[in-house]
Design a protein around this ligand. Structure first.
Ligand code: 1GP
Length: 251
C-alpha cells in the first residue's frame, strides 16, 4: 500500500507549507517513552515520525513501529542506517544514497543487496540524496560510512551535490549535520541548496532551539528533523512543531 508522502511533500513545498518530524531511535525507546512521544506529537500536530538511527543495536524496530501504528495515525517513515533496518509496518522508507560520500557501498552497494526485499515490502520508497555536513563532532554516520562530511562552510559543494542528486532522479534531499551535531547546518548553506533544487529539502542534526528550526525553514528547508534534543526533553516537541508551522506560507 503506497502512502503518497513524496507527493504530499511536493504539494506542500509549492505552497511553502513546512513540516516537522520527530526522530525516534528504537534503541532508546521503550513502550512508555513511545506513548509519551506519540501523545505529545499528536497534540502538537507533528507531521511525521522518523524511526531509525545509524546504528540500531536492539531488535526492537518492528515492535517500535508496530506500537506507534497501533496507537496513532501519524505517518511513520523509516530512516535506516543499514538495509537490515526495515519494518513492514512502516508507511514509507527514506531510500538513502549517501551522495556526499565516496563509499560505493552506501551510494549503491547496499541497495543492490536489499533491492528485492525492499521492493516487496509494500511501503512507499522515497529515493533520497543524503548529504552529510560537518557538524563539528565526529558522528556515527561518518564513522560507519567511512566517508568525510562536506565542510560546514563549503556551501557550493553542498549545492552541487544536491543538484546532482536531484538530476539523478532523487525525489528528496536530506542534509544532515549528524545526530547530536555541535553545530547545526548554517542558514546560508540551506538557502543556497534550497534555491537551486526543486525537490523538498529535509534538514536535521544538532537543532536544539525552536528559533533555529524556524530560521532553517525561512532559509528554505521543507522538513525539520529533531531527535537528540527531544530525547532529552520531550516537551520541546510542542515548541518545535509550533515554530516550524508558524513559517508563513507562500501567497
Ligand atoms: C540525525 O538529523 C537527525 O540524523 C537528527 O539529529 O538527533 O541532532 O536532532 P539530532
Amino acid at each position: 500500500m503506497k502512502s503518497g508522502i513524496i507527493k504530499s511533500l511536493a504539494e506542500k513545498k509549492k505552497t511553502g507549507k513546512k513540516s516537522f518530524a520527530v526522530l525516534i531511535d528504537p534503541d532508546k525507546a521503550n513502550a512508555s517513552i513511545l506513548d509519551e512521544l506519540i501523545e505529545l506529537s499528536s497534540v502538537a500536530k507533528v507531521d511525521y515520525l522518523l524511526v531509525g538511527g545509524s546504528l540500531v543495536i536492539s531488535n526492537y524496530l518492528d515492535d517500535c513501529v508496530q506500537h506507534i501504528k497501533q496507537n496513532c495515525d501519524l505517518p511513520v517513515i523509516l530512516f535506516p542506517g543499514s538495509p537490515t533496518q526495515v519494518s513492514k509496518y512502516a508507511d514509507a522508507l527514506l531510500y538513502l544514497s549517501l551522495i556526499s560520500g565516496r563509499n560505493p557501498e552506501l551510494l549503491i552497494g547496499q541497495h543492490v543487496v536489499s533491492a528485492p526485499f525492499v521492493k516487496q515490502s509494500g511501503f512507499e520508497i522515497m529515493p533520497t540524496g543524503y548529504i552529510v555536513i560537518d557538524g563539528g563532532a565526529p558522528t556515527t554516520v561518518s564513522y560507519i560510512s567511512n566517508a568525510s562530511p562536506i565542510p560546514a562552510d563549503k556551501n557550493e559543494i553542498a549545492m552541487c551535490t544536491a543538484m546532482a542528486g536531484e538530476m539523478l532522479g532523487m525525489k528528496l534531499i536530506y542534509m544532515d549535520a549528524g545526530s547530536g551535531a555541535r553545530r547545526p547546518i548554517t542558514e546560508s548553506m540551506i538557502k543556497l541548496v534550497a534555491d537551486n533544487i526543486e525537490a523538498p529539502l529535509i534538514v536535521g542534526g544538532g537543532i536544539i532551539h525552536p528559533e533555529k528550526a524556524y530560521l532553517n525553514c525561512k532559509a528554505g528547508a521543507d522538513v525539520i528533523v529533531v531527535g537528540n534534543a527531544i530525547e532529552k526533553d520531550a516537551s520541546l516537541i510542542k515548541e518545535m512543531s509550533a515554530a516550524v508551522h508558524s513559517v508563513p506560507a507562500k501567497v
